[in-house]
Design a protein around this ligand. Structure first.
Ligand SMILES: *Cc1c(COP(=O)(O)O)cnc(C)c1O
Length: 359
């Protein structure tokens, strides 16, 4: 790892003031990682250097054909002042899977983890202190071959940047969702399982449609039947059936078109640890409507690294509007959220060995 420290790195007081502002994606840390790949040479030595703009030829492949992948992961402050990453190998493995699908070079788990670890050692001062706050880390890779010919790139650039993430959870504001039957996010054989920018580019028009319906987010159905519930925006979905210790916590099954979330996977374990039954199911829009009508579905939430757990209140579709709960986040939703955050911040025993200490 080459290290060129930023001579203009923020002093501690300035950094702390920026971190204390909270929010998400407003400020970036002092450094970034860059690592170049070439077909004949493989990966070069990664470099940590000052955060800043990069220069690319206008004919660079990524601008034209969207060959790009990314990851989203977090570093959490621990009770002793140290820092831990949450399940970083899961992100490293998914980055490999995404690279395969987008015909980008695979980066070994070891190299990926080295870049994240070394980066956090240098910019760890940007990790906030409070529970619910974290440093959001964004590794990504772009195709950098220059030329307008359509082909898998023979050059790529891996980069890693990071932004402090405040505790933006507002329990009094459950998310409202628009169930889209007009647009789809992913079809069998497509890129739904890969974390790539293209999936997001194609989703924005549906996000706009949701906003027009007065909803915060879009819920995606399967492409073929427009019937099976898949995801919400860039997050996975969970439904709670029943209440108390007899409740079952269910999530749509991974069919090849859903993004396999690390948070989704972690919640399957956390819910079991808390004594709930769990299941991965095919859940239709009709099941959703009927479950709300009968009272069987008691809570709904979305999950992902950025927001961890977000309660869902109202769902709107061409078939009508269904409201879950009383406008307050569900009990089990909050129990799962607090338990997961407790593990991430080292306040609850990490019996699955998910936290990886960096400092
Ligand atoms: C990243 C992402 C998720 C959540 O995955 P996590 O690993 O839990 O952050 C869910 N859906 C989509 C479409 C995503 O891009």
């Amino acid at each position: 790892m080459k290290i060129s420290l930023n001579p203009q790195a923020k002093d501690e007081a300035t950094r702390n003031a920026l971190v204390a502002e909270g929010g998400f994606g407003k400020y970036y840390t002092d450094h970034m990682v860059v690592c170049e790949w070439e077909d004949k040479k493989g990966w070069a030595e990664p470099e940590i250097k000052a955060y800043g703009p990069i220069t690319l030829d206008p004919a660079t492949a990524v601008f034209h054909y969207g060959q790009e992948i990314f990851e989203g992961m977090k570093a959490y402050r621990q009770p002793d002042g140290g820092i831990a990453l949450f399940r970083p190998e899961a992100n490293a493995q998914r980055f490999i899977n995404s690279a395969k699908r987008l015909a980008l070079p695979e980066m070994s788990i070891e190299l990926f983890l080295e870049t994240v670890n070394e980066f956090v050692k240098i910019d760890g001062g940007w990790v906030p202190n409070q529970v619910g706050e974290s440093l959001y880390i964004r590794p990504f890779m772009i195709a950098t071959e220059v030329g307008l010919g359509v082909r898998p790139t023979n050059k790529a650039t891996y980069m890693l940047i990071a932004t402090p993430a405040g505790a933006y959870f507002d329990p009094s504001k459950p998310v409202s969702v628009w169930i889209s039957t007009e647009y789809v996010r992913a079809a069998q054989g497509g890129t739904g399982e890969a974390k790539c920018g293209g999936n997001y580019a194609a989703s924005l028009v549906a996000q706009k449609a949701a906003a027009k319906e007065g909803c915060d987010q879009v819920v995606w159905l399967d492409a073929k039947e427009r019937k099976w519930v898949e995801e919400m925006g860039g997050m996975n979905l969970y439904f709670v059936k029943g209440s108390g210790k007899d409740a079952t916590v269910i999530t749509p099954k991974l069919t090849g078109t859903l993004l396999p979330g690390v948070t989704r996977d972690s919640i399957l374990s956390v819910a079991k640890d808390l004594g709930y039954k769990t299941d991965e199911v095919m859940l239709s829009v009709d099941d959703w409507r009927d479950g709300i009508a009968s009272g069987e579905i008691t809570e709904i939430f979305a999950c992902g690294t950025a927001a961890v757990v977000s309660p869902i209140g109202q769902a709107k579709s061409a078939m009508g509007t269904w409201v879950t709960g009383d406008g307050q986040p569900g009990k089990i939703t909050m129990e799962i959220r607090n338990h997961l955050l407790g593990i991430q911040h080292g306040k609850i025993e990490d019996k699955h060995g998910w936290n990886k200490r960096v400092l």
